[in-house]
Design a protein around this ligand. Structure first.
Ligand code: UDP
Length: 244
């Protein structure tokens, strides 16, 4: 586990945003994984996700407060604030509009993606939507072939962890440029179809609590991965302390 934390981005949100903007302007390739404890837990069992996380080309940012807590448990003080995927998506939309760049949206339900693209068109008139496809198509690789042809500056994939990261990772070598991000349920929220947690929840890093409250089916998934996560970190920390 510690290897992930050693690799997680250590700068501030502002520094991370500047890096992304620079890559966008310079037409560089960048793969961002917005991690929460569940991401790391899935990687324990999923070799491709693990490889994606540990790949030199990937930038991992601490999306959830659980990652900040885990970093503290390992004594990595530089990781002290979250950089959330949903805020990053908003930032990318703004910058694409400012620099007249193109974006490809892939994932979420048909009505969600339709609403989201409409909203983007209205709010960001200079941004070019290179394509928008819902995430319930049978052949997801086929959509990636379309994305390759479109050569967009930003590719947002909203299929949930780990499918979105795996698809990006397996296709990344075929792109010469692009900022790629797996954005989970962000389209649902940004389209207005699902509510983001109220400000008070965000302030106290309790977005996870809000999501569980409105979608109780998430409780089991949440508890399973988070309890295991803390256990594994504690065990590994003990082993590392024993070696010192
Ligand atoms: N999704 C999709 N195709 C699928 C499965 C899921 O497009 O085959 C979408 C789903 O509609 C949602 C997103 O993937 O917009 C995953 O959201 P969730 O909140 O579960 O992801 P998390 O942020 O928890 O990874």
């Amino acid at each position: 586990m510690k290897e992930y934390f050693q690799k997680i981005y250590k700068g501030s949100q502002k520094e991370f945003y500047s890096l992304a903007e620079k890559n966008l302007i310079d037409e560089k390739k960048m793969f961002v994984i917005t991690a929460n404890p569940e991401t790391l837990m899935i990687a324990e069992e999923n070799e491709t996700l693990k490889n994606a996380l540990l790949d030199d080309q990937t930038v991992i940012v601490p999306d959830g407060i659980g990652i900040v807590k885990g970093a503290q448990m390992f004594g990595i003080k530089e990781i002290n604030k979250t950089i959330t995927g949903i805020d990053f998506v908003n930032y990318l939309l703004e910058k694409c509009n400012e620099h007249k760049k193109s974006i490809f949206l892939f994932g979420a339900k048909k009505e969600v993606i339709e609403k989201f693209t409409k909203k983007i068109d209205e709010q960001y008139p200079d941004l070019v939507i290179a394509g928008a496809v819902d995430g319930y198509v049978e052949n997801k690789q086929e959509i990636f072939e379309k994305i390759k042809k479109a050569k967009p500056d930003v590719v947002l994939v909203a299929l949930g962890i780990p499918n979105q990261e795996i698809l990006i990772y397996e296709n990344l070598k075929d792109f010469n440029k692009g900022i790629f991000v797996g954005v989970g349920g962000s389209f649902d929220v940004l389209s207005g179809m699902k509510k983001r947690a109220p400000k008070m929840f965000l302030k106290y890093h309790l977005e996870w609590l809000y999501r569980i409250t409105v979608e109780p089916k998430r409780i089991k998934r949440f508890l399973q991965s988070n309890v295991r996560y803390i256990k594994i970190i504690k065990k590994e920390r003990k082993q590392l302390q024993g070696k010192e």
